[in-house]
Design a protein around this ligand. Structure first.
Ligand SMILES: C[S@@+](CC[C@H](N)C(=O)[O-])C[C@H]1O[C@@H](n2cnc3c(N)ncnc32)[C@H](O)[C@@H]1O
Length: 294
């Protein structure tokens, strides 16, 4: 389904079909973290951008009451098939997160795997946070996973192999190559993905996609959360539950908490105050792969 000019990374075709090849088997690195948080508050939870149900299906199978939302009909179709095979039938909604409207509220709304960063436009990011808050019960909690692409800064404009896997159905090799250009001034990253299928040593399929990702720093994101009415913002580094409290706010409506946590630790290579002002160029027809040698 096309979504006009709204931010929506294209998880259709090969990207949907191959998604489950990339992340191995349970337990996933973030699985226990969200499960613990969901159990803590009980009630019904909502996973934003649930995709093929990597987390959603194990959670529902294990007795958690979790619904899912995703923009991609194909990812949701795969999720439904997998759920059926697991003997569960989760409630799934096909919606954009920035226009979320499931008609009910939840104890926990969570958005794993840094999928919030798909919303490159700031107005859409705020709209999504508003929608998440609107879908929380009083005392409910929002969990958002975020990362800063520190390591990509050093490989500006270079193609590299990101993932490779064997497709069990036919033994084909499926590869994703990635080329990124990070604009540290605007906190935007352009990502070109080249998806390839090899059968019998010959490339039988290739396609190119372009995405834009926005990253946030923790205090900036805390202010955004507070701006839309969240309070008691906590930051988790990695998936260990050793939350540091950021500046708690007074006087904002007690409609929920925002918790942000970095999805995987990456070494910071830019110091605070570094202002490189890189601008992301307009997407070329075929991405140039030059080395900026920062
Ligand atoms: C990296 S996958 C994450 C899937 C799943 N949460 C997981 O952890 O495996 C990102 C998902 O976001 C969905 N998506 C992209 N843009 C979206 C949007 N604007 N609103 C809702 N979902 C979106 C894609 O269809 C895709 O399934």
């Amino acid at each position: 389904m096309a979504h006009g000019n709204k931010s929506d990374w294209d998880y259709r075709g090969l990207a949907a079909e191959a998604y489950d090849l990339w992340f191995g088997d349970e337990p996933y690195v973030d699985q226990a973290f969200y499960a613990d948080k969901i159990r803590e508050l009980g009630g019904t939870s909502l996973e934003i951008a649930c995709g093929t149900g990597r987390l959603l299906i194990p959670y529902v199978r294990d007795g958690l009451d979790v619904e899912g939302v995703d923009a991609s009909a194909e990812m949701l179709a795969i999720c439904r098939d997998k759920a059926q095979r697991a003997g569960v039938k989760p409630v799934l909604h096909q919606q954009l997160m920035q226009e979320l409207d499931t008609g009910r509220t939840y104890r926990t709304v969570f958005i794993p795997f840094c999928s919030f960063q798909i919303l490159a436009r700031r107005d859409e990011a705020f709209a999504a946070l508003e929608r998440f808050r609107h879908h929380l019960e009083p005392g409910g909690r929002l969990l958002v996973s975020l990362f800063v692409p520190w390591t990509d800064f050093a490989v500006y404009g270079q193609w590299r192999l990101r993932r490779s896997a064997t497709r069990p159905a036919d033994g084909a090799t499926v590869l994703i190559h990635e080329c990124t250009r990070s604009d540290r001034f605007e906190q935007l990253q352009r990502i070109w993905l080249r998806l390839e299928v090899y059968e019998g040593g010959r490339r039988t399929h290739v396609e190119l996609r372009m995405h834009t990702l926005r990253w946030y720093h923790q205090h900036e994101f805390a202010l955004m959360l507070e701006h839309v009415g969240f309070r008691e913002v906590r930051v988790f580094h990695g998936y260990a539950d050793a939350g540091e409290r950021l500046d708690a706010t007074e006087g904002t409506p007690p409609q929920g908490h925002g918790a942000t946590e970095r999805s995987w630790p990456r070494p910071p290579i830019a110091r605070a105050g570094t202002s490189l002002g890189e601008r992301v160029p307009e997407p070329p027809g075929a991405p140039a792969c030059r080395h900026r040698g920062e």
